[in-house]
Design a binder for this molecule. Sequence first.
Ligand code: ASP
Ligand code: MG
Length: 439
Amino acid sequence: MKFGGSSVANREQIEKVLAIVRSRATLRPVVVSSAHKGVTDGLIDAARSAAAGHEPDEAVIERQREIAASLGCAPELLEPLFCQIRDLLRGIRLVRELSPRSLDYISSFGERMSVRVIADFFAREGLAARAYDTWTLGFVTDDNFGRARPVQGNAQTVRIAFAKEVPADIVPVITGFVGKNTRGEITTLGRNGSDLTASLFGAALEAKEVQIWSDTNGVMTADPSLVGSAKSIATMRFDEAAELAYFGSRVLHPATLIPAMASDIPVRVLNTNRPDHPGTVISANPPPKSEPVTSIAYKEDQTILTIRDPRMFEQVGFLARVFAILSEHQVVLDMVATSEVSVSVTSHDREGLDRARDELSALGTVELSLGKTILAVVGRNIHGARGIGARVMRAIAEADVNVQMHSFGMSSNNMSLVIDDADIGRAVTNLHRELFEEA
Ligand code: ASP
Ligand code: MG
């Protein structure tokens, strides 16, 4: 059972979490928690400010102290971690530098503090619980700071360590997001990585189900903050949900489904504020459904890079050269569109595209356009449904939004479009009306 930042934001929310976990105590729940809402951001801000040479900012420590006090925790509980945070910020300020490794180190404190506070509160409320940092349960990652993944064969190690460390009659409350590499340095799985921690532990421990507790009624047909009429989706297939997570649905970290899929463990997305709502079950074989479209997702702040060269059409291996350069610069690409004389790619990694730009200029005229959004219409049956493309394009056109790139593959689960960031609200609202609200 993974609880996100808003689910553990304050005492009121943590009391709901306690009730939810308690009601499932006989199922031997394993709790994975995020940092309290805003704490990871606060830590990162404090580190950036320290790296810029500013006076130490204690706001995030203060905030954490208040949450702990409201839950009745003894002041000593977090003092050792507060000291480490202060030392670390002082060090960052001295060297005026924030490496990916230091950034992971400072970010890790959010979850390390929240699990201690939550387990302590649970125990005093009569639910036997204990806090664990993932590395005390055999979790070992590679060295990719900011996007670390467990080393090969780690599931086995975790299973053994867990059996040894966690008594059967207590509920473990485990840090999401964080790990350590083989040298014992702290790593993180990337922003929103607690979902992935939960599915990795779920798979390692052969859980019956992985539950992601958040603040919406499961996965929705569109971002509910944009579309008031967004509906909850009862069931999804793994690949569909993965596509949606990848294309920006805020509910799940994109990599979450990989371990669950490999072990065939269903992932259920639930609402901490409405624990009775069935949410969304994501599995390998959900019941078939007739509607072609499942959901609309979007990813903002993307960059389009276009290379144009009139000689391109008679060249062999042009695309191969473009991709070789981009891959050398470690740029992750999302969409690709080609014509005879140009190729456009999108990426979130603007700096990466900038780095690759010079080399790419040798192949043709390079142009970067910023502030773009990838809008993805995701569904299991999209590729076979006649007329879907026309409906999507018409809805976008009626919103008076210009489509700048488009991609749709043979067996793909999604149709993706690129529009301006500024148009996202209008485009999604209209698209949702067309696809989900008019029968
Ligand atoms: N606390 C981390 C973040 O804010 C990880 C998570 O919440 O899943 O990104
Ligand atoms: Mg999250």
